[in-house]
Design a protein around this ligand. Structure first.
Ligand code: 4NP
Length: 157
């Protein structure tokens, strides 16, 4: 099983939505027995909490099932997962600090976005509904390309 962990700050907006979209695409492509995604946050702010209601709303609007409880990113995750995917440069730095080194399987989400490539997935927490819509679009594009990258790399299709 190829395991992918999406990581943001609070684990209630960006990374649980990335997890949900990615798992949706895995199911659509019949890859459920080969790839699985989970998510975590570098902070301890929302451990055990459900995703932000605005995240649930944008997921449901797009027919994406979202079920997650907040967990904090820990060093052990670098041993458990094959791909670590940070939502922004600050999350990435926090992950490197927690792990104590920079694994070669640590990526930044928008490396896989063909629009705005390499930038951050903006944190929508303190903004309005348009931020959640934009987050959805970025994550949908990036998840599709990340999954294609994994499919090619592991000869899954
Ligand atoms: P996320 O958004 O990292 O995408 O889950 C945030 C959620 C909560 C907070 C910050 C960012 N917070 O400061 O509580």
């Amino acid at each position: 099983m190829i395991k992918v962990l999406f990581v943001c700050l609070g684990n209630i907006c960006r990374s649980p939505l990335a997890e949900a979209i990615f798992n949706h695409k895995i199911n659509q492509k019949g890859l459920k027995s080969a790839v699985i995604a989970d998510s975590s946050g570098t902070s301890n702010y929302h451990i055990g909490e459900a995703p932000d209601p605005r995240t649930i709303e944008i997921a449901e609007k797009n027919n994406i099932k979202i079920h997650h409880f907040g967990q904090q990113f820990k060093k052990k995750h670098a041993d458990e997962f094959d791909y670590l995917v940070a939502m922004d440069a600050s999350n990435r730095q926090n992950m490197i600090r927690e792990i104590g080194s920079e694994p070669d399987f640590l990526y930044q989400m928008r490396t896989f976005d063909d629009i705005g490539k390499g930038g951050d997935v903006p944190d929508p927490y303190y903004g309005g509904a348009d931020g959640f819509q934009k987050m959805y679009e970025i994550l949908d594009r990036s998840c599709e390309n990340l999954l294609q990258f994994i499919i090619k790399k592991h000869h899954l299709q």
